[in-house]
Design a protein around this ligand. Sequence first.
Ligand code: FEH
Ligand code: ZN
Ligand code: ZN
Length: 346
Amino acid sequence: MRALRLTAWGEPPTQAEVERPAPRGGEALVRVEATGLCHSDLHVMGAVPGALPYRLPFTLGHEVAGRIAALGPDAEGLRTGDRVVLYGPWGCGACDRCATGRDNYCDRRDTLAWHGVGLGRDGGMAEYVLVPSTRHLVPIDDLPADQAAPLSDAGLTSYHAVAGLRHALGEGTSAAVIGVGGLGHLAVQILRATTGSRVLAVDVREDALALADRSGADFGTLVRADTAHALRARTGGAGVDAVLDFVGTTQTLELAAGVLRPGGELAVVGSGGGRLTVSKPGVLPPGFRLSLPFWGTRPELAEVVALARSGAIHVETERFPLSAAPEAIDRLRRGRVRGRAVLVPD
Ligand code: FEH
Ligand code: ZN
Ligand code: ZN
C-alpha cells in the first residue's frame, strides 16, 4: 500500500510502498477514507534530530477516519465494515488515565517513543492504518469522512479546551477566540452549541474573520493597536470571561491578559512559544486562571462526533488527493488553507 513516510528529520516526507499490515490479537485494520493535515505535522517534519522521542521511519497522519477492514481474533466491541474515527493520542494503555480514555494525559507519556497515531507510530496518510486496540475507535456511522477526520484533533482539541472553561461560560458571558483557523473555527461553533457565551473572534487575516462569521461568531476584529479596547467595548467595558488562544505567541498572550475580566480564564491551545510573566501583584487580573489543554479524551471525541452528526458543527475543509500531499503541506506552511486540509487516498 502507499504511505507518506517521514524518513529523515527536517526533510519532506516521501511517498513509499509499504506492506499492508495484518491485525493480530485485539488490533484493527482501518481502510483510510480521509486524514487531516495539522500544523503539528509541520512541526514534526521540521523537528531537529533528538527533539522528539519518535523512531524513524513512520507514516504521518493523526486525524484519521475510515472503515474497519479487518479485526484481530481478540478485538472487541466493533465489527468489520463499521465506519470509525481514530482517537489519536495513544498512551501506555495501562495507567489509570489511559484506562479511562484520557490517553492525552497518560502518566507514562515521558517514557513512550510516540505521542499517538502518526506521531511516532504509523498513521493515516496511507491506504490503511493499523490500530492497536478497538478502544481507540469511535463509530461515525454515515458522517462524511472529510468531516469526521478533523474532529479527532481540530474538533477534539477545541472541544476539550471549551469543556475546561464551560463552568465560566453561562448565559450573558463572553468568550474570545484568538486565531480562527482549523481549530479556532470549530471552537467558535462549539462555544455557540454548548455554552451561553457571546463569541468574539480575533485574527490577523480578513478571510479568517469571514470564516469566524460563517461559524457563528457574534463579533470579529483584526489584531490592531486597539484590539483590546475593541473587545472590552463589546463586553460593556468589564472584559471577557474567557479567552481561547489558538496562537500562543507573546503578542496573543498579552492581548488575552489585557482583555480578561477579574476571575477570567485563559486557555492556551496554540504552541506559539510565547511567554507571559506570572507575578503577584502584577498585570494579570485578580483571580486569573490559566490552563494548557492538550488534545482531548476519548469520551469527548464521542461527544464531538455526536455534535457533528446533529449538524451543530461543520468543518470547513479543502480536499487533496494523498498523492498531492506536498502541495497541501506547502499551502499549510504558507497559511493558505481555508479551515482544514484533508488528504484522501487516490
Ligand atoms: C500532537 C502531538 C504533539 C503536539 C501537538 C499535537 C497536536 O496536534 C494534538 O493536538
Ligand atoms: Zn494535530
Ligand atoms: Zn497511560
